[in-house]
Design a protein around this ligand. Structure first.
Ligand code: MV4
Length: 444
């Protein structure tokens, strides 16, 4: 087992990893930027190293600084968390070249899933359902229009290097094609330095349901059921839950098997998430694979009673897993609390937290790095807390979430708590009647 893990991240996820390290008897090293000197992860870790000025590019994304911090502290592994360098093949490779275990998949696995068009062709070959569309990249507009004619409008074009909705255009008719193609290419080129595009049939009002998997170094792969992440705004998830209210036993069996086949198609190692689109008839299609621990992993942890970070560290250290699958016996919901003003176009609201009261009680978990007197820096993501509740049924979980959102006091900054409360009280949400379009028409 590792003796010391450096956490190449900040905020709640850094704390989350440090806590499991302590329970496993593994020393932890925090890294922090000049904006994060007062952050809790710095205080909770066994050691802490300043890695640069506030901008991420100069600190949390600075590979030489991170490797140097690992070298001087004698860390034998690096946990990347989510975001930042967590899906950066170059970083994973550099860790390896310096004799440091990157807690995650190999650079090759990251690369094979990082290019969306390549990933799609890879999983298609493994028999996983994919959305009808181009075989690989789309060479030009003319080919695109011809293909769209055969599969039928609406179609969607996506950046192969994309993800998170950037470089994506929905096309409703042939006369829109050329302009959409040009702007998608331009956006993708600017954002990713790669303007490769592929085409798919557009699935109208899908649900976003993802399967959590874990794979060891010996080919054992198991799934831990699903998370429904359909409640999103501009590709930012707001609420995640397990099980999905749309799930059936049969669908879970088939999606679980598909997710395992995705992992096996790249000889995957570590924890990962396979994202699917699910249409109204419960057809499901591979969308992409996330090769990292995700923000919403606690939802699965609470329902399955399974520490995903502990298991992630164990498989990275070469310990075998059983490869069994898990099915939910409870219900968990997560609300992401952001320091943003939901009444003012979600404008970021950094600043001093003057007062804080976290909800508690049975079935309540709050993953956060904030405290009364903490100043939220303006340099990073605006998520400041994750409120996770679990209960025996979905109804009880929603009631509990409502109670907790009412209890939660974060003074000094604007937060998304009032919006989350309104969603909990929405009849369509309560009925499980929502798709990825839910927030587009949500009145708040
Ligand atoms: C789609 C789609 C409909 N049909 N692909 C959005 C992010 C990127 N990962 C893929 N996305 C979508 N791909 C086809 N063929 C609809 C979306 C989509 C979406 C997906 C998941 C969650 C929220 C979404 C919001 C808008 C569009």
């Amino acid at each position: 087992m590792f003796k010391k893990i450096l956490i190449a991240n900040r905020g709640e996820i850094a704390l989350r990893v440090i806590r499991t390290c302590r329970e496993m008897g593994i020393k932890s090293v925090a890294v922090y930027s000049k904006a994060d000197t007062e952050s809790l992860h710095v205080r909770f870790a066994d050691e802490a190293v300043c890695i640069g000025p506030p901008p991420s590019a100069l600190s949390y994304l600075n590979i030489p600084s991170l490797i140097a911090a690992a070298e001087i502290t004698n860390a034998d592994a690096i946990h990347p968390g989510y975001g930042f360098l967590s899906e950066n093949a170059k970083f994973a490779e550099t860790c390896g070249l310096n004799g440091i275990k990157f807690i995650g998949p190999t650079p090759d696995m990251i690369n094979r899933m990082g290019d969306k068009s390549v990933a799609k062709e890879t999983v298609k070959t493994a028999g996983v359902p994919t959305v009808p569309g181009s075989d690989g990249l789309l060479p030009d507009v003319k080919t695109g229009i011809k293909l769209a004619e055969t599969i039928g409008y609406p179609v969607i074009i996506k950046a192969s290097a994309g993800g998170g909705g950037r470089g994506m255009r929905i096309i409703k008719s042939p006369d829109e094609f050329e302009a959409a193609w040009e702007s998608a290419r331009k956006e993708a080129g600017a954002a990713f330095g790669n303007d490769d595009i592929y085409l798919e049939k557009f699935i109208v009002e899908p649900r976003h349901i993802e399967i959590q998997i874990i794979a060891d170094q010996y080919g054992n792969v198991g799934h831990l059921s699903e998370r429904d992440c359909s409640v999103q705004r501009r590709h930012q998830k707001l609420i995640e839950e397990c099980p999905s209210p749309f799930m059936t036993e049969d669908l879970r069996t088939r999606m679980g098997e598909a997710a395992i086949n995705v992992a096996k198609s790249v000889d995957y190692e570590g924890v990962g998430t396979v994202e699917f689109l699910v249409d109204k008839d419960r057809n499901f299609y591979f969308m992409e694979m996330n090769t990292r621990i995700q923000v919403e992993h606690p939802v699965t942890e609470e329902v399955i009673n399974y520490d995903l970070i502990r298991e992630q560290i164990k498989v990275a250290a070469g310990i075998a897993i059983s490869g069994r699958n898990y099915i939910p016996k409870k219900h968990a919901i997560e609300c992401r609390i952001n320091a943003e003003d939901p009444k003012n176009n979600f404008m970021p609201s950094p600043g001093l937290i003057t007062d804080l009261h976290k909800p508690g009680g049975h079935g309540v978990r709050v993953d956060t790095h904030i405290y009364a007197g903490y100043r939220i820096p303006p340099n990073y993501d605006s998520m400041i807390a994750k409120l996770i509740v679990s209960a025996n049924t979905r109804e009880e979980a929603i009631t509990r979430m409502e109670r907790c959102l009412e209890e939660f006091v974060i003074d000094g900054v604007k937060t998304t708590i009032p919006l989350q409360l309104a969603i909990m009280r929405n009849p369509d949400f309560r009925a499980g009647n929502f798709t990825t379009k839910f927030m587009e028409t949500f009145e708040f």
